[in-house]
Design a protein around this ligand. Structure first.
Ligand SMILES: NC(=O)c1ccc[n+]([C@@H]2O[C@H](COP(=O)([O-])OP(=O)(O)OC[C@H]3O[C@@H](n4cnc5c(N)ncnc54)[C@H](OP(=O)(O)O)[C@@H]3O)[C@@H](O)[C@H]2O)c1
Length: 283
């Protein structure tokens, strides 16, 4: 008698476009049921319909705005009420705030921390122990190669936020591995999605050469293979980005900061009069 394989359920945040939507398609094609969340309900409903028709997946749509600090707990309650068990969590929702730090209102910066730090940490805090109780679970946190940069001027919080996601994932991987829960941080480089349209940087991004761009399904495949195999907590997509991260790791932070510093021109120069060498040369 053949045993029926249990159907796992994955919760994906930011499933209405880009990497999150690709993740939903990838897992549905591998017999997962899904809980999809993001703000754009129609997009999620459309995707749910597509995946039910194509793969027979059970797809639950729970629209949420993760800017709301109550959203992660509300999500967990809505999932519990439907008697669903989350076996696989993809913390993917994200965006960047472009421009000098003080130019955006504090609320915009605080919202970014809420969506990309607090909600990620809270969803792990809710679901990782529940997965551990059952002895099986997968958590994929979407970080970025920016996590390895000492700073991202004019996208001020992006590198710090992604570095947090990277380190959180590494800590959780160590805490939960022995209980059957594999946790990874995925660090893509530039990836085709709506990310740069939302940020308003598409025109500048279009000037980047084609070879730097990753396809969403490839990022997802790398992530799924790595989280299933459970051997390392960090995934960097592609040889180019692995080489770059190697360089980021060996170069001193101050040198990297100087190299990426769009604010170099704003360094306060000593007037010639206060600089004896230059004052002498001027005579
Ligand atoms: N694209 C890249 O080059 C790149 C590179 C490295 C890392 N990443 C990371 O990859 C992840 C996915 O981004 P993407 O490239 O797929 O971009 P995307 O196409 O713009 O998708 C972002 C997703 O996040 C959701 N989202 C944004 N704000 C939200 C909020 N307040 N509440 C709930 N959901 C929210 C969006 O849904 P709604 O608008 O419907 O809410 C959307 O589904 C992000 O964490 C990003 O930092 C992207």
């Amino acid at each position: 008698m053949s045993e029926t394989k249990p159907r796992f359920t994955a919760l994906i945040t930011g499933a209405s476009s880009g990497i999150g939507r690709d993740y939903a398609r990838y897992l549905a094609a591998r017999d997962y049921d899904l809980v999809l969340t993001a703000r754009r309900t129609e997009r999620l409903e459309e995707l749910a319909k597509e995946l039910k028709t194509a793969f027979g997946s059970k797809v639950t749509v729970l629209p949420m705005d993760l800017i709301d600090p109550a959203a992660p707990a509300q999500l967990a309650t809505a999932i519990k009420r439907r008697r669903l068990k989350i076996d696989y969590l993809v913390n993917n929702a994200g965006y960047e705030v472009v421009g000098r730090y003080e130019k955006a209102p504090w609320q915009a910066q605080a919202d970014m921390i809420q969506v990309m730090v607090t909600a990620v940490a809270q969803l792990c805090h809710i679901f990782a122990p529940l997965m551990a109780e059952g002895g099986h679970g997968r958590i994929v946190n979407i970080a970025s190669v920016a996590a390895f940069l000492p700073g991202t001027p004019s996208r001020t919080l992006y590198a710090p936020v992604k570095a947090f996601v990277l380190r959180l994932s590494q800590s959780l991987a160590l805490e939960f591995k022995s209980r059957g829960v594999n946790v990874i941080a995925v660090c893509p480089g530039f990836t085709w999605s709506e990310f740069h349209d939302v940020a308003g940087t598409r025109n500048a991004m279009n000037k980047m050469p084609g070879f730097v761009w990753l396809e969403g399904p490839r990022v997802v495949n790398d992530a799924h293979v790595a989280v299933e195999n459970g051997k390392g907590a960090v995934v960097i997509n592609g040889l180019l980005y692995r080489a770059l991260v190697f360089c980021f790791n060996v170069l001193p932070d101050n040198l990297m900061n100087w190299m990426s510093g769009s604010d170099r021109g704003n360094a306060v120069k000593k007037p010639a009069a206060q600089n004896p060498a230059r004052a002498k040369a001027k005579k």
